[in-house]
Design a binder for this molecule. Structure first.
Ligand code: G3P
Length: 219
């Protein structure tokens, strides 16, 4: 399973990249505005900076919702770097644009997926990735992981190679469960990735190893 970090914060991306387990980055307009990145020039520059920091795909989301606008923005973004994946919302014009991008070999991430039907349509249009938002489904008492299972089954039934990119991850258990179900990718805030490292028995065990070593060796 690929690990993407869901942030536009350069320091967090650098930290995740330093672990050696990072496969890509996803951003969205909310994450960009959280970093106070504003104006087309600065937004473009920020995507370039992110691409320099990571070995792997970088999702950059379009703002337009009309077909021509999505296509123009997406083509511009895709020219920035071959790591760029054009992130397109799950709307009718988004699906038409994904079909267009797919015919031009431009990678896409269909975002704001909340049902397996939406994921099926996006895959038929040729999306490289679909992003089901599992945390936001959990927030309204719908089992987000169940959507991942349904999409996995549908894609496996027809050997569809669109990758399931589980998004809106809120905890390390989301990551573990996505891996159990067979999600191709998770995109997570740094905090949930870091929590995977920890176990109290690891800390207790390491302390004992070091205490035992230093009980007979000089520091
Ligand atoms: O990048 C999209 C997704 O991960 C958003 O997550 O936490 O805003 O629901 P969240």
């Amino acid at each position: 399973m690929k690990f993407f970090i869901d942030t536009a914060n350069i320091e967090e991306i650098k930290e995740a990249q330093s672990f050696g387990v990072l496969d890509g980055v996803t951003t969205n307009p909310s994450l960009m505005s959280r970093e106070n990145i504003k104006g087309e020039k600065n937004i473009i520059e920020h995507y370039r900076k992110i691409c320099l920091e990571v070995d792997g795909d970088v999702s950059a989301e379009v703002i337009s919702t009309d077909l021509d606008g999505i296509i123009n923005e997406g083509e511009l973004l895709s020219k920035l770097d071959n790591k760029i994946v054009v992130k397109v919302p799950m709307i009718k014009n988004g699906i038409k644009a994904i079909k267009h991008f797919s015919s031009k070999n431009i990678k896409t991430n269909c975002t704001l997926i909340f049902s397996s039907g939406q994921a099926l349509i996006a895959a038929k249009a040729g999306a490289t990735y679909v992003s089901p938002f599992i945390g936001r489904l959990d927030d309204i008492s719908i089992d987000g992981l169940n959507i991942i299972s349904e999409i996995r089954k549908i894609y496996d039934n027809y050997n569809i190679n669109t990758q399931i990119l589980a998004a809106s991850i809120r905890s390390p258990m989301h990551i573990i469960n996505c891996a159990k179900i067979g999600s191709d990718v998770i995109t997570s805030p740094l905090t949930s990735i870091v929590k995977l490292f920890h176990h109290p028995l690891t800390d207790i065990g390491l302390k004992k190893f070091l205490d035992d070593h230093y009980s007979v060796n000089k520091k």
